[in-house]
Design a binder for this molecule. Structure first.
Ligand code: SF4
Ligand code: SF4
Length: 97
């Protein structure tokens, strides 16, 4: 029987492989690929929501207090949110190893 997809090493995957189970994207913790992470400074945030709008991984979410942060299980550290944040409320910080 085949192993679940998340138990394969990258070099064991077929080129152009298709994930069989539709709708299982949430099981893949793509944040593991990240080398830097966004850090929010709420004192600079104007709650415009552009970080949420531009995040290509839908990793940014609005907290109960109206400020934003990211779900690090899925944030890949691309830095787009920090680039689009005009007040400079987001800094990209290198991950510790
Ligand atoms: S883009 Fe910047 S200012 Fe706008 S909500 Fe996000 S963190 Fe706040
Ligand atoms: S660094 Fe990239 S993936 Fe992570 S929250 Fe910002 S825009 Fe989204």
């Amino acid at each position: 029987m085949a192993k679940p997809m998340d138990q394969y090493k990258w070099h064991e995957l077929n080129v152009g492989c298709v994930i069989e189970e539709v709708g299982n994207a949430s099981e893949y913790l793509t944040g593991d690929w990240r080398s830097s992470k966004p850090v929010w400074n709420d004192s600079k945030c104007i709650k415009c929501g552009l970080c949420w709008l531009y995040c290509p991984d839908a990793a940014v979410f609005r907290k109960d207090d109206g400020f934003f942060t990211s779900n690090l299980n899925y944030c890949k550290g691309c830095g787009i949110c920090a680039k689009e944040c005009k007040p400079g409320a987001i800094s990209m910080v290198e991950e510790e190893r």
